[in-house]
Design a binder for this molecule. Structure first.
Ligand code: ADP
Ligand code: ADP
Ligand code: ZN
Length: 217
Protein backbone atom coordinates (compact mmCIF):
# COMPACT_ATOMS: atom_id res chain seq x y z
CA UNK A 1 0.00 0.00 0.00
CA UNK A 2 1.64 3.22 -1.21
CA UNK A 3 -0.27 6.16 0.23
CA UNK A 4 0.19 9.94 0.25
CA UNK A 5 -1.36 12.31 2.77
CA UNK A 6 -1.97 15.59 1.02
CA UNK A 7 -3.05 18.63 3.00
CA UNK A 8 -1.99 22.07 4.15
CA UNK A 9 0.06 22.49 7.33
CA UNK A 10 -2.25 21.71 10.25
CA UNK A 11 -4.71 19.57 8.27
CA UNK A 12 -4.14 16.63 10.62
CA UNK A 13 -1.70 14.54 8.57
CA UNK A 14 0.63 13.72 11.46
CA UNK A 15 -2.23 12.99 13.85
CA UNK A 16 -3.87 10.53 11.45
CA UNK A 17 -0.59 9.02 10.26
CA UNK A 18 0.23 7.83 13.77
CA UNK A 19 -2.91 5.64 13.89
CA UNK A 20 -2.76 4.50 10.26
CA UNK A 21 0.80 3.26 10.45
CA UNK A 22 0.02 1.35 13.65
CA UNK A 23 -2.97 -0.36 12.07
CA UNK A 24 -1.66 -0.97 8.54
CA UNK A 25 1.99 -1.65 9.46
CA UNK A 26 3.59 0.65 6.94
CA UNK A 27 6.34 3.16 7.72
CA UNK A 28 5.34 6.80 8.22
CA UNK A 29 7.68 8.93 6.14
CA UNK A 30 7.35 12.62 6.98
CA UNK A 31 9.81 15.00 5.33
CA UNK A 32 9.27 17.58 8.09
CA UNK A 33 10.22 14.98 10.74
CA UNK A 34 13.33 13.99 8.77
CA UNK A 35 14.42 17.63 8.50
CA UNK A 36 13.71 18.38 12.19
CA UNK A 37 15.67 15.31 13.30
CA UNK A 38 18.64 16.42 11.16
CA UNK A 39 18.51 19.91 12.69
CA UNK A 40 18.43 18.44 16.20
CA UNK A 41 21.39 16.19 15.45
CA UNK A 42 23.25 19.09 13.79
CA UNK A 43 24.09 17.05 10.69
CA UNK A 44 25.10 18.63 7.36
CA UNK A 45 21.53 18.23 6.12
CA UNK A 46 20.31 19.97 9.28
CA UNK A 47 22.62 22.95 8.72
CA UNK A 48 21.42 23.21 5.15
CA UNK A 49 17.68 23.20 5.87
CA UNK A 50 17.43 25.03 9.22
CA UNK A 51 16.80 28.53 7.90
CA UNK A 52 14.02 27.31 5.58
CA UNK A 53 12.18 25.55 8.39
CA UNK A 54 12.59 28.44 10.82
CA UNK A 55 11.01 30.79 8.31
CA UNK A 56 8.30 28.41 7.13
CA UNK A 57 9.69 28.33 3.60
CA UNK A 58 9.95 25.21 1.44
CA UNK A 59 13.29 23.42 1.28
CA UNK A 60 14.52 23.41 -2.36
CA UNK A 61 13.11 20.59 -4.51
CA UNK A 62 16.43 19.03 -5.46
CA UNK A 63 17.50 18.47 -1.86
CA UNK A 64 14.06 17.31 -0.71
CA UNK A 65 13.76 14.81 -3.57
CA UNK A 66 17.22 13.40 -2.82
CA UNK A 67 16.27 12.82 0.83
CA UNK A 68 13.02 11.07 -0.09
CA UNK A 69 14.73 8.90 -2.71
CA UNK A 70 17.23 7.69 -0.09
CA UNK A 71 14.45 7.03 2.41
CA UNK A 72 12.30 5.07 -0.05
CA UNK A 73 15.22 2.77 -0.83
CA UNK A 74 15.36 1.59 2.79
CA UNK A 75 14.12 -2.01 3.11
CA UNK A 76 11.13 -1.14 5.33
CA UNK A 77 9.62 0.90 2.49
CA UNK A 78 9.78 -1.94 -0.04
CA UNK A 79 6.23 -3.13 0.71
CA UNK A 80 4.47 0.17 1.19
CA UNK A 81 4.63 3.48 2.98
CA UNK A 82 2.66 6.50 4.05
CA UNK A 83 4.17 9.74 2.76
CA UNK A 84 3.28 12.79 4.85
CA UNK A 85 4.37 16.25 3.70
CA UNK A 86 5.77 15.03 0.39
CA UNK A 87 5.22 15.92 -2.42
CA UNK A 88 4.60 19.62 -1.86
CA UNK A 89 5.35 20.79 -5.40
CA UNK A 90 4.55 19.46 -8.86
CA UNK A 91 8.29 18.93 -9.49
CA UNK A 92 8.39 16.69 -6.40
CA UNK A 93 5.29 14.81 -7.57
CA UNK A 94 6.87 14.16 -10.97
CA UNK A 95 10.11 13.00 -9.37
CA UNK A 96 8.14 10.66 -7.11
CA UNK A 97 6.26 9.19 -10.08
CA UNK A 98 9.60 8.39 -11.69
CA UNK A 99 11.03 6.80 -8.54
CA UNK A 100 7.96 4.62 -8.03
CA UNK A 101 7.95 3.59 -11.67
CA UNK A 102 11.56 2.41 -11.33
CA UNK A 103 10.69 0.50 -8.16
CA UNK A 104 7.45 -0.83 -9.72
CA UNK A 105 5.48 0.45 -6.74
CA UNK A 106 2.43 2.30 -8.08
CA UNK A 107 0.63 4.77 -5.81
CA UNK A 108 -2.44 3.22 -4.20
CA UNK A 109 -4.19 6.35 -3.03
CA UNK A 110 -3.73 10.05 -2.35
CA UNK A 111 -5.83 11.16 0.61
CA UNK A 112 -6.52 14.89 0.61
CA UNK A 113 -7.40 16.23 4.05
CA UNK A 114 -9.37 19.41 3.38
CA UNK A 115 -9.57 22.09 6.10
CA UNK A 116 -10.37 25.82 5.87
CA UNK A 117 -7.59 28.35 6.25
CA UNK A 118 -9.13 29.89 9.35
CA UNK A 119 -9.30 26.53 11.12
CA UNK A 120 -5.71 25.74 10.08
CA UNK A 121 -4.48 28.96 11.64
CA UNK A 122 -6.24 28.08 14.88
CA UNK A 123 -4.89 24.52 14.87
CA UNK A 124 -1.29 25.48 14.14
CA UNK A 125 -0.96 28.29 16.65
CA UNK A 126 -2.35 26.03 19.42
CA UNK A 127 -0.37 22.93 18.42
CA UNK A 128 2.02 21.30 20.88
CA UNK A 129 4.28 18.41 19.87
CA UNK A 130 6.17 15.79 21.84
CA UNK A 131 9.86 16.65 22.10
CA UNK A 132 10.71 12.96 21.84
CA UNK A 133 8.23 10.97 19.71
CA UNK A 134 6.74 13.84 17.69
CA UNK A 135 3.09 13.10 18.65
CA UNK A 136 0.82 16.07 17.95
CA UNK A 137 -1.59 17.73 20.43
CA UNK A 138 -3.59 20.94 20.69
CA UNK A 139 -4.05 23.07 23.79
CA UNK A 140 -7.84 23.02 23.46
CA UNK A 141 -8.84 20.85 20.46
CA UNK A 142 -6.80 17.77 21.40
CA UNK A 143 -5.19 18.23 24.83
CA UNK A 144 -2.99 15.54 26.43
CA UNK A 145 -4.30 13.84 29.59
CA UNK A 146 -1.70 15.67 31.69
CA UNK A 147 -0.90 19.24 30.64
CA UNK A 148 2.32 19.54 28.58
CA UNK A 149 3.11 15.81 28.89
CA UNK A 150 2.94 13.29 26.01
CA UNK A 151 0.27 10.57 26.43
CA UNK A 152 2.31 8.12 24.40
CA UNK A 153 5.77 8.41 25.95
CA UNK A 154 5.60 10.80 28.92
CA UNK A 155 8.06 13.34 27.48
CA UNK A 156 7.51 17.11 27.67
CA UNK A 157 5.51 18.86 24.94
CA UNK A 158 6.93 21.88 23.12
CA UNK A 159 5.72 24.46 20.64
CA UNK A 160 7.40 24.25 17.24
CA UNK A 161 9.37 27.35 16.23
CA UNK A 162 7.39 27.55 12.97
CA UNK A 163 4.01 27.43 14.76
CA UNK A 164 4.42 31.06 15.83
CA UNK A 165 1.73 33.18 14.13
CA UNK A 166 4.18 34.93 11.79
CA UNK A 167 5.69 31.67 10.47
CA UNK A 168 2.23 30.10 10.24
CA UNK A 169 1.11 32.86 7.88
CA UNK A 170 4.17 32.29 5.66
CA UNK A 171 3.64 28.53 5.61
CA UNK A 172 0.00 28.76 4.64
CA UNK A 173 0.85 31.24 1.89
CA UNK A 174 3.72 29.04 0.63
CA UNK A 175 1.50 26.00 0.41
CA UNK A 176 -2.02 27.16 -0.52
CA UNK A 177 -1.72 27.29 -4.32
CA UNK A 178 0.69 24.38 -4.43
CA UNK A 179 -1.61 22.04 -2.51
CA UNK A 180 -4.46 22.90 -4.89
CA UNK A 181 -2.22 22.17 -7.88
CA UNK A 182 -1.22 18.81 -6.39
CA UNK A 183 -4.84 17.87 -5.71
CA UNK A 184 -5.58 18.49 -9.39
CA UNK A 185 -2.47 16.55 -10.46
CA UNK A 186 -3.63 13.43 -8.61
CA UNK A 187 -7.31 13.91 -9.39
CA UNK A 188 -6.43 13.92 -13.10
CA UNK A 189 -4.72 10.56 -12.56
CA UNK A 190 -7.75 9.12 -10.74
CA UNK A 191 -5.88 8.73 -7.45
CA UNK A 192 -7.40 11.44 -5.25
CA UNK A 193 -9.81 10.84 -2.35
CA UNK A 194 -11.12 13.95 -0.61
CA UNK A 195 -11.50 13.63 3.16
CA UNK A 196 -13.45 16.10 5.30
CA UNK A 197 -10.57 17.10 7.55
CA UNK A 198 -12.64 19.45 9.73
CA UNK A 199 -14.54 16.58 11.32
CA UNK A 200 -13.50 15.25 14.74
CA UNK A 201 -10.27 13.24 14.74
CA UNK A 202 -12.05 9.87 15.15
CA UNK A 203 -14.42 10.54 12.24
CA UNK A 204 -11.57 11.57 9.96
CA UNK A 205 -9.80 8.35 10.89
CA UNK A 206 -12.87 6.27 9.98
CA UNK A 207 -13.13 7.96 6.57
CA UNK A 208 -9.46 7.34 5.87
CA UNK A 209 -9.75 3.72 6.91
CA UNK A 210 -12.70 3.17 4.64
CA UNK A 211 -10.88 4.71 1.70
CA UNK A 212 -7.87 2.46 2.33
CA UNK A 213 -10.02 -0.66 2.79
CA UNK A 214 -11.89 0.01 -0.45
CA UNK A 215 -8.57 0.20 -2.21
CA UNK A 216 -7.31 -3.02 -0.67
CA UNK A 217 -10.35 -5.03 -1.91
P1 ADP B 1 3.32 20.60 8.86
O1 ADP B 1 3.26 19.45 9.84
O2 ADP B 1 2.98 21.86 9.52
O3 ADP B 1 2.58 20.29 7.60
P2 ADP B 1 5.93 19.70 8.12
O4 ADP B 1 6.45 19.13 9.39
O5 ADP B 1 5.41 18.77 7.10
O6 ADP B 1 4.85 20.80 8.46
O7 ADP B 1 7.06 20.58 7.44
C1 ADP B 1 7.81 21.51 8.19
C2 ADP B 1 8.76 22.25 7.27
O8 ADP B 1 9.66 21.32 6.63
C3 ADP B 1 8.11 23.00 6.11
O9 ADP B 1 7.66 24.29 6.50
C4 ADP B 1 9.28 23.08 5.12
O10 ADP B 1 10.24 24.07 5.52
C5 ADP B 1 9.94 21.72 5.30
N1 ADP B 1 9.36 20.70 4.39
C6 ADP B 1 8.66 19.60 4.77
N2 ADP B 1 8.30 18.87 3.69
C7 ADP B 1 8.77 19.54 2.60
C8 ADP B 1 8.71 19.32 1.19
N3 ADP B 1 8.09 18.24 0.67
N4 ADP B 1 9.29 20.23 0.38
C9 ADP B 1 9.94 21.29 0.87
N5 ADP B 1 10.02 21.58 2.18
C10 ADP B 1 9.45 20.71 3.05
P1 ADP C 1 -0.22 18.31 10.06
O1 ADP C 1 0.67 17.12 10.31
O2 ADP C 1 -1.10 18.13 8.86
O3 ADP C 1 0.52 19.60 10.02
P2 ADP C 1 -1.23 17.80 12.77
O4 ADP C 1 -1.64 16.39 12.73
O5 ADP C 1 0.01 18.16 13.50
O6 ADP C 1 -1.24 18.43 11.28
O7 ADP C 1 -2.47 18.63 13.40
C1 ADP C 1 -2.39 20.05 13.56
C2 ADP C 1 -3.08 20.46 14.85
O8 ADP C 1 -4.48 20.25 14.77
C3 ADP C 1 -2.62 19.69 16.08
O9 ADP C 1 -2.62 20.59 17.17
C4 ADP C 1 -3.66 18.59 16.24
O10 ADP C 1 -3.82 18.18 17.59
C5 ADP C 1 -4.94 19.30 15.75
N1 ADP C 1 -5.87 18.42 15.03
C6 ADP C 1 -5.57 17.42 14.16
N2 ADP C 1 -6.69 16.86 13.64
C7 ADP C 1 -7.73 17.54 14.19
C8 ADP C 1 -9.17 17.44 14.07
N3 ADP C 1 -9.74 16.55 13.23
N4 ADP C 1 -9.92 18.30 14.79
C9 ADP C 1 -9.34 19.21 15.62
N5 ADP C 1 -8.02 19.35 15.78
C10 ADP C 1 -7.19 18.53 15.08
ZN1 ZN D 1 5.87 11.39 22.99
Amino acid sequence: MQVIFLGLPGAGKGTQAASITDEFHIPHIATGDIFRAAIKEKTMLGEEVKSYLDQGLLVPDELTIKIVRERLLQPDAAHGFLLDGFPRTIAQAEALDKMLEEERLPLTNVLYLEVSEEELHHRLTGRRVCSKCGASYHVTLNPPKVQDVCDRCGSPLIQREDDRPEAVRVRLRENLGRTGDLAKYYDDRGLLTRIKGENPIGDVYEDIRQALRRQAE
